[in-house]
Design a protein around this ligand. Structure first.
Ligand code: SF4
Length: 432
């Protein structure tokens, strides 16, 4: 009989976190006890939920698998399974190269994994899960897959076509999360703008968000992954007029030069992108606009890169993430473009953009000094409590540090007066 302890190691994005949490609920219901320890595993069954999006993520996944193969060879764990995007993409290669893993599963194989552990899928529990992060916020996946064909992106090949979850199912899961004590609900998808087009033949994101606001159970509802093309403009008044909806817009544009947007097959032009970004800034004053960019995509000469730098300096995003282009099999770019830009150039372009953003972020943060923000406390770390404003999403954005002498409680909201600003962090003290 297998040692009935389960530990799921989750790598990659917030969608993987949700998948692991749903699986954990099923396995726990099947009689396993849970070990939620991402580092030191001393016994039981380990499942690694991998990421296979870009090179860096793939390397981290393989390193993690090899680390647990060692643990298995040392009899510190009884069985080892690998699931998720890397396993979906490279199952045969992994099986050949790392045969010590008991079994590899793809992304949609919950039934098979449960069967392997001697249990069957409990459909009635699929809207429930065991939260593995801080109990006061949770991600809620509104769809799976993607119907777009961005040249650099392997996600459609890994996760398949866009499948919206029915509104009722999402509301049911939100109610369950609220009963668990979740106060901040973070809506995620590969592409939130597209929500509903497959299932309802119309953009349904505003309608869904409206219903989530109406149940009045969450202090904060946050949106991620809004795609710029046919942006659901009905979201604008919703975000502007509802305090419970974070004044936070995450809208990955990836580049700004028309030539690069064409090569990236992004279906939005420079003009359309700029018009939308300035419209968001104008119609939702004070909103934090976050984007992600890719540096070093095939075709990007100094000219296009300079255009991107100029735009970042000019528009001044509130939050910015930059990735180096990764030449991924099963993508249009891999099959049609050469990966001609050397890695060191890619890396230096990433650093150049982040250096520009560092100065922008410091200037923006300085304007917060003396102001009071509503802050949710995520954790205590050394001499500080660490929290976030509505303008900051967990794991990706900046944080607010409050001296630990102020006895604050994780998951609670406090009014925090900002006393000091750094590039990517704010310091403050509680005020009534
Ligand atoms: S929208 Fe583009 S980048 Fe995002 S998941 Fe879909 S194909 Fe990939």
């Amino acid at each position: 009989m297998k040692n009935k302890k389960i530990n799921i190691i989750t790598l990659g994005c917030s969608k993987n976190i949700v998948d692991s949490e749903v699986l954990l609920k099923q396995i726990h219901a099947g009689g396993f006890s849970i070990v939620n320890d991402q580092e030191n595993v001393r016994s039981g069954t380990v499942i690694i939920n991998t990421c296979g999006f870009i090179n860096d993520a793939k390397e981290e996944s393989i390193d993690t698998i090899l680390r647990f193969v060692k643990a298995k060879q040392a009899n510190r764990i009884s069985s080892l399974y690998v699931i998720g995007c890397l396993s979906e993409r490279y199952k045969d290669e992994l099986r050949a190269e790392i045969p010590e893993v008991d079994r590899y599963f793809g992304v949609n194989s919950m039934k098979e994994i449960l069967g392997e552990l001697g249990m069957s899928l409990r459909e009635e529990m699929l809207s429930d899960r065991i939260l593995t992060g801080p109990p006061h916020y949770a991600y809620l996946k509104i769809s799976e897959g993607c119907d777009r064909s961005c040249a650099f992106c392997a996600i459609p090949a890994i996760r398949g076509k866009y499948v919206s979850r029915p509104v009722e199912e999402i509301i049911e899961e939100a109610l369950i999360l609220s009963r668990k004590g979740v106060r901040e609900l973070i809506l995620i998808a590969q592409d939130s703008s597209y929500y509903g087009l497959d299932l309802y033949r119309e953009q349904k994101l505003p309608g869904l968000v409206h219903e989530l606001l109406n149940i009045e159970l969450f202090e904060w509802i946050r949106l991620h992954y809004l795609y710029p093309a046919n942006f659901p403009v009905d979201m604008i008044p919703l975000i502007r007029d509802n305090p419970a909806l974070c004044s936070y817009i995450e809208i990955p544009i990836q580049h700004i030069s028309d030539k690069m947007l064409r090569l990236m097959k992004r279906s939005h032009s420079r003009k359309e992108t700029e018009n939308l970004l300035y419209k968001l800034r104008q119609e939702i004053p004070g909103a934090a606009i976050r984007t992600t960019l890719i540096a070093g995509h095939p075709g990007e000469t100094e000219r296009e890169f300079n255009e991107l730098k100029e735009f970042v300096s000019e528009f001044k995003f509130d939050r910015l993430g930059v990735f180096a282009y990764s030449h991924e099999e099963e993508t249009y770019a891999y099959n049609n473009y050469k990966d001609e830009i050397p890695d060191e150039i890619k890396k230096s372009r990433v650093s150049e953009l982040m250096e520009i953003q560092r100065n922008i972020s410091l200037d923006l943060n300085k304007t917060s000094t003396g102001k009071v923000f509503r802050v949710i406390i995520d954790r205590r770390e050394g001499d500080y409590f660490i929290g976030r404003t509505e303008y900051d999403s967990p794991e990706v954005d900046q944080e607010v540090l409050i001296p630990a002498e102020h006895n604050l409680k994780q998951g609670n909201f406090y009014n925090i007066k900002i006393t000091q600003a750094e590039e990517f962090d704010l310091f403050g003290i509680p005020v009534l």
